[in-house]
Ligand binder design. Structure first.
Ligand code: ARG
Length: 474
């Protein structure tokens, strides 16, 4: 017989019921240790709480409790030091830890799994993991927001064209553009913390599916683990993976936001735009084309969004047909979750460095935004303020733009010569003038952007407080 969840003598955890050992192919197909190993700190924490609960219920003597606790501490030390030896029969991290505890604690170790199933155990471990790691992702999102904030502050009154349909539309402050991404990210932080609040439920004590005949107290272990509350329904506790689906959605949406940001940087750093230059450390060269400097981070931020959405879609499809309660299908929750957390964390770090070190090229941005046609709306609004209906004003200005583009003269000259407009209106076409006139709340000009910066700073401070993370000293 070869590897399968086993006890200290190498037998499967279920050997009593079986005459034959498991087939190689079964083990190769069902093993989860390669990817659930990273749950070990949470598995140890969950086991400590369970052992305390068993002792409290009188199911372990004090000395049994102490020897299991000491074994858990020894296992923790081995896993921390990287000296823990996994054996072929360790099917998953839960089996591996229990096997080693039993080796170290002797007969008392055999009592560790009393009143517990791997079903409530793995659900507990994963919630502990999510609670910590999603908060860590939120902290990384905040770091990127802070970089956007500091770049926005230092951008001052630099402006660039704002686009619709990727056609130049109206000038906007660079700070305004950067903060637009910052606000999207603040909704992501909110969603991450919301997800954490909803998943803050302890499944421990649900057993395999129906609770226990032993006098265990799920409230006690929930409190020990710092969960907000214990489960209400044991079937739901072991089969609920809503939090994994929700985390994958939130991570996908972060991925989508980073993808849109990435796409803009691909454009901005192209020769055609020339709005920004990347630092050498955050760009790549070409193996063949000596002149190249490529925005690979931005491209991968765009490319990996597909994979993140795939992880979400895959899990939803896994979940959709499952009857209550635990089914082995649920083991498929971990790889997409871990992958999405890893990928989003890497993307946030890389984009953060890329944006923090990039050099903006205000001359290029402003030259693009100073195309006289970008003041067309202001000309129409100037007429509106003098009583002309907007539709009529739109037609007057549109005709001047058409004539200018047809080569009849510079727009400013045509405006100056126009009966309805004239010299005062022609000043609106002057470079740098249009962005100054975006004065309404939340608008793209200097006055509202100053207010917006203050609100963004307050938003970040509030999110940092929610996260319980101190502001970085910068
Ligand atoms: N490794 C499994 C998982 O992650 C937990 C084991 C539960 N297995 C079982 N046969 N009841 O879902």
């Amino acid at each position: 017989m070869s590897g399968a969840p086993n006890d200290e003598s190498g037998r499967t955890l279920w050997h009593g019921r079986f005459e034959a050992g498991p087939a190689e192919e079964l083990l190769a197909y069902t093993v989860s240790l390669p990817f659930d190993q990273r749950l070990w700190p949470d598995d140890i924490e969950g086991s400590r709480a369970h052992v305390s609960g068993l002792a409290r219920a009188g199911l372990l003597t004090e000395s049994e409790r102490d020897s299991i606790m000491a074994a858990l501490t020894a296992v923790e030390a081995e896993l921390t030091a990287g000296t823990f030896v996994f054996v072929a029969t360790d099917e998953d991290i839960h089996t591996a830890v229990e096997r080693r505890v039993t080796e170290l604690a002797g007969p008392a170790g055999g009592k560790l799994h009393t009143g517990r199933s791997r079903n409530d155990q793995c659900a507990t471990d994963l919630r502990l993991w999510c609670r910590r790691e999603l908060r860590a992702v939120a902290a990384r999102v905040l770091e990127l927001q802070e970089t956007l904030l500091s770049r926005a502050r230092e951008a001052g009154d630099t402006y660039l064209p704002g686009f619709t349909h990727l056609q130049r539309a109206q000038p906007v402050l660079l700070a305004h553009h950067l903060l637009a991404h910052g606000w999207a990210l603040s909704r992501d932080v909110d969603r991450l913390l919301d997800t954490v609040a909803r998943l803050d439920v302890s499944p421990l004590g649900a057993g395999a599916l129906a609770g226990s005949s032993l006098p265990l107290d799920p409230q006690f272990t929930s409190d020990l683990l710092g969960f907000a509350r214990p489960f209400e329904n044991s079937l739901d506790a072991v089969s609920d993976r809503d939090h994994v689906a929700e985390a994958l959605f939130v991570l996908s949406l972060i991925g989508v936001h980073l993808s849109r940001l990435g796409e803009e940087w691909v454009l901005w750093t192209s020769d055609e735009f020339g709005f920004a230059r990347l630092d050498d450390a955050y760009s790549t060269g070409s193996s063949m084309l000596p002149q190249k400097k490529n925005p690979d981070i931005a491209e991968l931020a765009r490319g990996k969004a597909g994979r993140l959405v795939g992880n979400l879609t895959g899990l939803l499809v896994t979940l959709k047909g499952l009857p209550l309660a635990y089914n082995r299908d649920l083991q498929e929750d971990k790889e997409p979750l871990f992958d999405s957390v890893d990928q989003v964390s890497l993307a946030l770090g890389a984009l953060n460095g890329m944006i923090a070190t990039a050099v903006f090229v205000p001359e290029r941005m402003q030259a693009a935004a100073d195309a006289p046609t970008l003041a067309a709306t202001d000309l129409a609004e100037w007429l509106v303020q003098r009583g002309m209906p907007f539709r009529e004003a739109h037609a007057v200005v549109g005709a001047l733009v058409r004539r200018s583009l047809a080569g009849e003269g510079a727009l400013a000259d045509l405006v100056r010569a126009d009966q309805a407009l004239g010299p005062e209106a022609a000043a609106l076409v002057a470079p740098g003038s249009a962005v100054q006139r975006r004065t309404t709340r939340g608008g793209a000009g200097p006055a509202p952007v100053r207010m917006q910066l203050e609100r963004f700073v307050a938003q970040i401070a509030a999110d940092r407080a929610r996260l319980g993370a101190p502001a970085p000293t910068r």
